[in-house]
Design a protein around this ligand. Structure first.
Ligand code: CP
Length: 271
């Protein structure tokens, strides 16, 4: 008996593996959205629950096993304990860093720059203030690598314990920094990465470092960014997120475009 011809169209896409060993909403879902936009089917590994990590398989072995399934691209979010760069060099499939410990989060820096570029006519000479848990921020690490290449200046504003080993010019107060800046990037206080108790209370932090409506009245042209997730009313006042100064949801939108462009670049389709 002759087999009927398949009613399905020929396969054109292939798969992309999204391997997230740390929590994510924006990065994982925007890579997923980007995958659909370029015709790749996402294979999603979302945390350790109900995966073989629960049986003791290592993060590295999990990645090697998924790579053996031959997705066209691997997108990985993981902690510092894995040497993602070394592992990626041993694989014949492209690996995209979707947030690696405190080392870097390059696609976030790129989408932030895209957001700034859409908001300001020219990036050259632009002044960006970073406020928050800079020492633990992979977003800040990637920005400090990228911004000087684009002629963008940056300064930082944070308590001492958030500036450990940070090599950047520091301002003495948030008001001084905002007066200098064209845009402020607030960063999340990463409570989960602090082994010891912090030397200040949430209330003290909020008073000194939270971007509030009064700042927008003082500096009406200021643009406000945050990579998310946000501790609202600690890093940015909720009302500020609704103001025209806030580019936070624009960042999320641009995240899909940047990640789509990255996938297209790997697939050879241009951007
Ligand atoms: N900005 C960012 O990386 O957010 P997620 O942790 O939700 O992906």
């Amino acid at each position: 008996m002759e087999l009927e011809k398949s009613p399905l169209p020929p396969s054109i896409g292939g798969a992309i593996a999204l391997l997230f060993f740390e929590p994510s909403t924006r990065t994982r879902m925007s890579f997923e959205a980007a995958a659909y936009r370029v015709g790749l089917g996402p294979m999603v590994f979302d945390g350790g629950h109900r995966t073989s990590l629960e049986k003791g398989e290592s993060v590295e072995d999990s990645i090697l096993n998924v790579a053996a399934m031959q997705p066209k691209i691997l997108v990985v979010r993981c902690g510092d304990e894995l040497n993602l760069k070394k592992l990626s060099e041993s694989l014949d499939v492209p690996v995209v860093n979707a947030g690696w410990g405190v080392v870097g989060h390059p696609t976030q820096a790129l989408l932030d720059v895209m957001t700034l570029q859409k908001s300001f006519a020219n990036l050259e000479g632009l002044r960006i203030l970073f406020v928050g848990d800079i020492a633990h921020s992979r977003v800040a690490a990637s920005h400090f690598e990228l911004l000087p290449k684009l002629g963008v200046q940056h300064k930082v504003c944070a308590p001492d314990e958030f500036l450990n080993k940070v090599n950047a010019e520091r301002v003495s107060s948030l008001t001084e920094g905002l007066q200098w800046a064209d845009a402020v990037v607030a960063l999340r206080v990463q409570f989960e990465r602090h082994n010891q108790n912090l030397s200040f209370s949430s209330k003290e932090y909020q008073k000194a470092y939270c971007i509030n409506q009064n700042h927008l009245r003082m500096f009406p042209e200021l643009r406000v960014l945050h990579p998310g997730p946000i501790n609202q009313n600690l890093e940015i006042e909720s009302e500020v997120l609704k103001a025209k100064n806030s580019l936070v949801y624009e960042q999320v939108k641009n995240g899909v475009y940047i990640r789509e462009a990255i996938l297209r670049a790997y697939l050879g389709g241009g951007s």
